[in-house]
Design a protein around this ligand. Structure first.
Ligand SMILES: Cc1cc2nc3c(=O)[nH]c(=O)nc-3n(C[C@H](O)[C@H](O)[C@H](O)COP(=O)(O)OP(=O)(O)OC[C@H]3O[C@@H](n4cnc5c(N)ncnc54)[C@H](O)[C@@H]3O)c2cc1C
Length: 341
């Protein structure tokens, strides 16, 4: 018999899961309170590198490819444009970093991602630069259009789920019993009584949209800050990392810090057009949380996407959808018990 799943939370986590259920013709509904604080704010940049260590990030090879194919497919389904190919340029901060990057060129695992060396690479910063393949998702379009699609198909409730209107034992919400319920609540997870031990931290981040007279620049630049070209002469620049901070608004301090850090990329003058802030759901080991509740076995958590939600969510949502639909085991690596066992 077909199962019916309730997804609570309409950020990139919950919505990627909803798209997987749609693909497989599975019954589901999604509830979102319309107060998204992370997925719509995100710059939406996806690339496979951890620049700090000049390494591929966790599971980057499969996750990057799956994310790319997933967003392209959803663009077709929704008939909306939000996927944008991107050349991502890392400006090196030391001679050592430049040498390590040269070594990576001889490493087969980096081959699918690194751009060929070009003479232009030398012209950035005192130590040169290197480019990697990537893309960016226009997060506002992806989230809004995905929610609109669910609304049009009568699969969306606009509501706040609490311990008062949802019962984890009966899995009942608004008079309907569900076979599985997924909590994809982002940093708000802590407000819920279930999976209370799952350590979802709140890491605030701020972004500026600026006018930068630089029509020739079509790559994103990354050093102490990043600059992402979103349309001619308009860039998103950011971001900040403010740990255990759940205040929602942008701050003057955040704006000053971004403008200071962006001087590692350019000394041009930038005109600030807008300033936004969000809260990333992070974990101490920078790995996501996808797991089944120990007592309420049909209750699942999908959280902890950290700074890379747009790359991780498509693959993890597929993994979770297979666990719910086909009873496949979830990876132990994703279980919050790793923090307390
Ligand atoms: C400034 C900034 C820049 C970023 N840049 C990037 C980037 O370039 N690339 C990238 O991959 N990632 C980026 N991120 C990280 C990315 O935004 C997160 O990884 C991702 O959005 C987390 O998604 P989520 O669905 O888990 O959480 P959220 O986006 O927070 O979604 C949770 C949803 O659940 C809803 N909700 C919560 N509680 C309830 C309830 N009780 N009832 C009903 N609904 C509820 C919320 O309103 C929200 O809509 C950035 C984040 C920030 C803040």
């Amino acid at each position: 018999m077909q199962k019916r799943t309730l997804i609570i939370g309409g950020g990139v986590a919950g919505l990627c899961l909803a798209h997987h259920f749609t693909r497989r013709n599975e019954a589901f509904c999604l509830v979102d309170d319309g107060k998204n604080a992370s997925s719509v704010v995100a710059a939406g940049i996806v690339h496979p590198m951890s620049f700090r260590r000049t390494l591929l990030s966790w599971n980057a090879t499969p996750f990057y490819k799956e994310a790319q194919a997933f967003y392209k497919e959803i663009e077709i389904t929704l008939k909306k444009k939000f996927y944008h190919p991107l050349k991502v340029r890392r400006i090196f901060s030391s001679k050592e970093e430049s040498l390590t990057w040269q070594q990576r060129r001889n490493d087969k695992s980096f081959e699918p991602f690194l751009h060929e060396f070009s003479p232009e690479d030398e012209s950035f910063g005192p130590y040169g630069s290197g480019c990697v393949k990537g893309f960016w998702i226009d997060s506002k379009v992806f989230i809004t259009e995905s929610l609109n699609d669910l609304h049009a198909r009568k699969l969306l409730f606009s509501d706040t789920v609490t311990g008062d209107n949802f019962n984890p034992k009966s899995l009942e919400y608004k008079g309907t019993k569900y076979d599985a319920v997924v909590l994809a609540l982002g940093y708000k997870h802590k407000e819920f009584p279930w999976f209370s031990k799952a350590p979802v931290n709140a890491t605030k981040g701020q972004l500026l949209t600026v006018k930068w007279d630089n029509p020739e620049l079509h790559t994103s630049l990354h050093r102490k800050a990043f600059a992402l070209p979103i349309s001619e002469n308009t860039f998103k620049i950011g971001s900040t990392y403010e740990w255990n901070n759940t205040t929602l608004g942008p701050t003057e301090k955040g704006r000053e810090l971004i403008l200071k850090n962006v001087t590692s990329i350019t000394s041009d003058s930038l005109e600030v057009l807008s300033h936004t802030a969000g809260i990333r759901p992070t974990t101490n080991d920078r790995r996501p949380l996808v797991a089944q509740h120990l007592r309420h076995r049909q209750l699942f958590i999908f959280n902890g996407l950290g700074t890379r939600g747009y790359m991780l969510a498509p693959s993890l949502a597929q993994h979770l959808s297979e666990a719910i639909i086909e009873n496949k085991p979830l990876s132990e690596e994703l279980n919050p018990s790793r923090f307390y066992s």
